[in-house]
Design a protein around this ligand. Structure first.
Ligand code: FES
Length: 109
């Protein structure tokens, strides 16, 4: 059975959150904020450090590109109230501690 952890991010100070070993980053498009898993589907590269061109996010490790709207469609659902983003993020079973840390990191632009 999977667990979830409530996280709150205060934009723009917090745009990434670490839940266990999984990093998520916020991405705003079309007036909505999305919380996207930063792990690239190819080999786990840091998508939050990628580059957005046109409608695709490019992974910085090997250059795979992903359609932004598809990433957003698979994002963790969020509720945004002003600059606060609230989400319930899955916590991996293997994580004994559901430690959460919110940060501001350089992320996909
Ligand atoms: S890890 Fe992202 S392209 Fe290889």
């Amino acid at each position: 059975m999977s667990r979830v952890r409530r996280v709150e991010l205060f934009l723009p100070e917090h745009n990434t959150v670490l839940v266990g070993e999984d990093l998520y980053f916020t991405f705003a498009t079309n007036g909505s904020v999305h919380l996207i898993a930063s792990r690239c589907a190819h080999r786990g590269g840091p998508l939050h450090l990628g580059e957005v061109r046109a409608d695709r996010l490019r992974c910085p490790w090997h250059g795979s590109t992903f359609k932004v709207d598809r990433l957003c469609a698979r994002a963790v659902s969020v509720v945004q109230r002003g600059s606060t983003v609230i989400a319930y993020v899955p916590v991996p079973e293997s994580t004994s501690d559901d430690l959460v840390a919110a940060h501001t990191l350089v992320f996909a632009r």
